[in-house]
Write a protein that binds this ligand. Structure first.
Ligand SMILES: [Zn+2]
Length: 180
């Protein structure tokens, strides 16, 4: 089932493709802000959105991933490309270290999940942002044990729970898998 190459009815994506979804901007970033090359974050002042960075007023965001392991799946994960809201000092340190490819030395920093997951869940979620080796986006780990994302992240999601989550993004996979 997990390697199914069948496609979602709504968008044509395969199940494998739906195992990674991506948010192109933090929820607090206006929709009309154009995505620029990463160099714009240093070259410009004021509000800016690039592939991996975002600055809105006093708010600072970096692209991150949030992984939800699939229960009973030999280590497959649902990877959500999302954004982390972190402090100005940590953001500046991240940018400085990026040049030297040493962001991993930042270790783990407190951050807020900057996209509602699922999309209708508007409460900000406290996380830890774990830096990873060069070339990999830092990874968000939910640090509120009572948030519904915490057990999914810690114990893994059942397939049905993953379908439910995907469905909140408009993807209709359950019927697709069970119909045939
Ligand atoms: Zn779809």
């Amino acid at each position: 089932m997990l390697t199914s190459s069948r496609q979602c009815r709504c968008c044509g994506a395969t199940f494998a493709q739906l195992l990674s979804l991506s948010c192109d901007r933090p929820d607090q970033c206006p929709e009309d802000l154009v995505v620029q090359d990463n160099s714009a974050v240093l070259a410009q002042t004021g509000d800016v959105l690039t592939d991996d960075f975002c600055r809105i007023g006093d708010l600072r965001f970096v692209r991150a991933v949030l992984a939800i392991p699939l229960a009973d799946s030999d280590g497959q994960e649902f990877i959500l490309g999302t954004w982390a809201n972190l402090g100005v000092e940590d953001f500046d340190a991240y940018l400085d270290l990026l040049d030297m490819q040493e962001t991993e030395s930042l270790g783990s920093r407190p951050a807020w999940l900057a996209n509602a997951i699922p999309p209708d869940n508007g409460t900000p979620v406290a996380c830890m942002l774990h830096m990873r080796p060069e070339g990999q986006y830092p990874e968000l780990q939910v640090s509120e044990p009572n948030n519904p994302l915490a057990p999914l992240q810690n114990q893994g999601a059942q397939l049905e729970e993953l379908f439910e989550l995907l469905h909140t993004y408009g993807h209709d996979l359950a019927s697709l898998v069970y119909d045939s």
